[in-house]
Write a protein that binds this ligand. Structure first.
Ligand code: GLN
Length: 281
C-alpha cells in the first residue's frame, strides 16, 4: 500500500484520541515505531512510499487493541525500567517508574560491596535484575509465587545477561526450608498492595495485569506483615529491608515495620507521596 507515515501516524492518533486514550500521541507513535522501525524525524521526512499490507494491517490491529484498553506495554511486549528493556506480558506486573527508587537506593548505598540481595515478589524480575546490572558483584536471588511470572523473569535475566538465582515460593507461606539458612544484606520488595475491594475500580488497563500481582488482601497490607515478620529474620545484623507501598498506605507500612525495626523510615516519591519504607535490622 502506498502511504505517508505521517498520515498513518495521524490517523492512529485520531482513533486513539476518540477512544479516550490519554497519551494518544505517544502511544500511536510507539505502535508505529514497533511496526515500521522509524523515529519521529524519519516519520516527518518520509514521503509517500510503498509499505507491505501486512505491516499496515498489523499496525491498525494494535491501534484497535490499544483503543480497547490493552496496555501499551503488552502491545509492545517490552518496557523500559532503569534504562533496561524488560520483557512484559499479562503474567507480570508492568514495571513502574516509581519502583526505580528502590533500585537507585540499593545502588547508591551498597556500591563497592559484594552484597547479598533478595527480591521478593519479583514478577518480571525488574528490581533484582536492575540491581545486578548496577552492582555486578552482588549476589541476587529472585522469588515469586507465579511460575508464569518466573518464566518472564528468567527470560529477562537471560536477555539482559544478569546472573541471578531464581526460586518459586509464596512468601505468605513463611520462609521455606531451603531458605532458612540463607542470609541477606538487603531484602527488597514491591509486593501486591491494592486493597481487595479496590481491584474492581482500577483503570481498565491495570485490570489486565495479573490480580495476583495487585491484590494485597483486605487492607492491602498482607505482604508487608509477612515481610516485616518472618522474612526479616533472613537479614544479617545491620541488614536492610526496603519496600514500595501503596499511595495511601506508606504510614501504615511504616508502623508495621517499626514493630520489627525501630528506625523504619518513610520516603516520598517525586510527586510528594509517602511511597517507600526502609528499615535496618
Ligand atoms: N517486583 C515487580 C515489580 O516491581 C513485581 C511486583 C508485583 O508483582 N507486585 O514490578
Amino acid at each position: 500500500m502506498r502511504a505517508k507515515l505521517r498520515d498513518i501516524l495521524r490517523q492512529g492518533e485520531i482513533v486513539l484520541k476518540e477512544r479516550g486514550i490519554e497519551d494518544y500521541r505517544s502511544d500511536a507513535y510507539c505502535i508505529l515505531n514497533k511496526h515500521f522501525g522509524v523515529n519521529r524525524a524519519q516519520i516527518l521526512l518520509a514521503g509517500e512510499e510503498e509499505y507491505p499490507d501486512e505491516t499496515v494491517l498489523a499496525y491498525w490491529e494494535d491501534i484497535r487493541q490499544r483503543g480497547d484498553r490493552k496496555p501499551l506495554q503488552h502491545i509492545l511486549g517490552s518496557w523500559e525500567f532503569m534504562g533496561l528493556p524488560f520483557i512484559v506480558n499479562p503474567d507480570v506486573l508492568i514495571p513502574r517508574s516509581e519502583t526505580e527508587w528502590l533500585v537507585e537506593y540499593v545502588a547508591e548505598h551498597y556500591q563497592d560491596r559484594p552484597v547479598k540481595v533478595l527480591d521478593l515478589c519479583t514478577g518480571s524480575g525488574c528490581i533484582g535484575i536492575a540491581i545486578k546490572k548496577l552492582l555486578p558483584q552482588a549476589e541476587v536471588l529472585l522469588v515469586d509465587v507465579s511460575e508464569l511470572a518466573l518464566k518472564v523473569a528468567r527470560k529477562n535475566a537471560a536477555e539482559l545477561e544478569a546472573e541471578v538465582k531464581i526460586e518459586r515460593w509464596d512468601i505468605l507461606q513463611g520462609v521455606p526450608f531451603f531458605m532458612e539458612k540463607m542470609h541477606f544484606d538487603v531484602i527488597v520488595s514491591n509486593p501486591p498492595y491494592i486493597k481487595s475491594e479496590d481491584l474492581a475500580g482500577l483503570q481498565a488497563e491495570v485490570q489486565q495485569e495479573p490480580e495476583l500481582a495487585l491484590d494485597g488482601g483486605p487492607d492491602g497490607l498482607l505482604y508487608y506483615r509477612a515481610l516485616a515478620g518472618e522474612w526479616s529474620k533472613l537479614l544479617v545484623p545491620g541488614g536492610e529491608m526496603l519496600v514500595e507501598t501503596g499511595e495511601d498506605t506508606g504510614k501504615e507500612v511504616q508502623t508495621i515495620f517499626a514493630q520489627t525495626f525501630p528506625g523504619a523510615a518513610l520516603h516520598h516519591d517525586l510527586s510528594g507521596l509517602p511511597r517507600y519504607v526502609t528499615a535496618k535490622k
